[in-house]
Structures are given as structure tokens and as C-alpha cells.
Design a protein around this ligand. Structure first.
Ligand code: GAR
Length: 195
């Protein structure tokens, strides 16, 4: 049985696209993207879901997200550029079944207030020579759950937040996220078969 995956988004959805492409190519083969949920009605990610033929919805409250995930019988929740912080109650509903991608090497440049371009602005301000991306389990403290995968990316002398963001996405995020999702989807599929 394929693990049923939901991807939660708020913006452009390039990480969602990397997952859809991985499913298409067979790199993601232990799970299927069954649902896309957005906190933002204008997110371009919704258009990507529509093009791929994946059911998508906009949710306002956590209660809306919970209902959608439950009614689609979702087993793995992937936060991919999702900018809402989930409550401890919500996280406890799917223990070890929610993962997030963050555009830095955690524990650097993470936690409340560090999202999107702000992460890369902070890395450039601090003058680090290496940054990267992290996929981690989500617990009740933002960006503090168990680290699953990380990949380092060089910072170049003339980088702007935008060029650095793009390099981190290309060299790290779009590779790490499908890899992590396949690993967990496979574990879930095997566990549920035993049960
Ligand atoms: C990505 O860089 C993702 O890692 C980051 O937002 C961007 C979303 O891009 N997420 C965070 O900063 C979460 N703290 P996308 O919508 O094109 O995938």
C-alpha cells in the first residue's frame, strides 16, 4: 500500500513541485501525494497541485487542516514552505509523521521569525561561508524536532539573499525533501503492512 501524503504550503511551491516531479519520475514510489493544503489562497503552489491533478484546498484554521487531513486518511504530513506554526495539540495528533524543510543548517538561523528569504539574509549578515538545508521531524518547538537529513551549500562572495536562496533550493532542498519523503513513506508502508 502506498503511504498517503499531504503537502502543506503557503507560497510558490517549488518544494511541492520537486515532490510531484519525484512521484512522476518514480524517485518517490512508496507514497502518493494525495492532498495539498494551503494557508494562503493566492499561493502559486495551488496552481501546481491543480496542474498535477492533486486535490487541493485552502484552510484558515488548524481545525480546517485537521479535518481535511483526517478525511483524506493522510499518514504523512510534509511542510514545504508552510509558514504557519502548528500548535502542540496538532503536532501530537500525527506523532513522528510531520516533517519540515528548513533552508539552513539547523541549529543555525532557525526558530521563530526565520523563514524564507529572512533565513538567507541572516546567514549573509553573519558572514557564514557555508549554509544549506535541513529536513526534520516536527515537534512542539519550531525547528527543534529530530534532524533527518542535511546538505551543505557554499555561500559565494557576491551572493544576495535571492541568489543564495536559489542555490540552496537547487543544490539542497529539491534533492533532500523527495529523498526524506521516500524514506519515511517506505517506513510507514512497511510498518502498516506488518500491522
Ligand atoms: C523554502 O526555501 C523553504 O525551505 C522555506 O520557504 C521556502 C518556500 O519555497 N521554508 C521555511 O523557511 C520554513 N521555516 P517554496 O514555496 O518554493 O517551496
Amino acid at each position: 500500500m502506498l503511504t498517503r501524503i499531504a503537502v502543506l504550503v503557503s507560497g510558490g511551491g517549488t518544494n511541492l513541485q520537486a515532490l510531484l516531479d519525484a512521484e512522476q519520475s518514480g524517485a518517490l514510489h512508496s507514497g502518493c501525494i494525495a492532498l495539498v493544503l494551503s494557508s494562503n489562497p493566492d499561493a502559486f503552489a495551488l496552481e501546481r497541485a491543480r496542474k498535477a491533478g492533486v486535490p487541493a484546498a485552502v484552510c484558515r484554521t488548524e481545525e480546517d487542516f485537521r479535518k481535511e487531513l483526517e478525511s483524506a486518511r493522510i499518514q504523512l504530513v510534509v511542510l514545504a514552505g508552510f509558514l504557519k506554526i502548528l500548535s502542540p495539540e496538532f503536532v501530537r495528533r500525527w506523532p513522528n509523521r510531520i516533517i519540515n524543510i528548513h533552508p539552513s543548517l539547523i541549529p543555525s538561523f532557525c526558530g521563530r521569525g526565520y523563514y524564507g528569504l529572512k533565513v538567507h539574509e541572516a546567514a549573509l549578515r553573519r558572514g557564514v561561508k557555508v549554509t544549506g538545508a535541513t529536513v526534520h521531524l516536527v515537534n512542539d518547538v519550531p525547528d527543534r524536532g529530530k534532524i533527518l537529513l542535511q546538505k551543505a551549500v557554499d555561500v559565494l562572495p557576491d551572493d544576495t539573499p535571492e541568489t543564495l536562496q536559489r542555490r540552496v533550493m537547487e543544490q539542497a532542498e529539491w534533492k533532500l525533501l523527495p529523498q526524506a519523503v521516500e524514506q519515511i513513506a517506505q517506513q510507514i508502508a512497511e510498518t502498516e503492512e506488518i500491522i
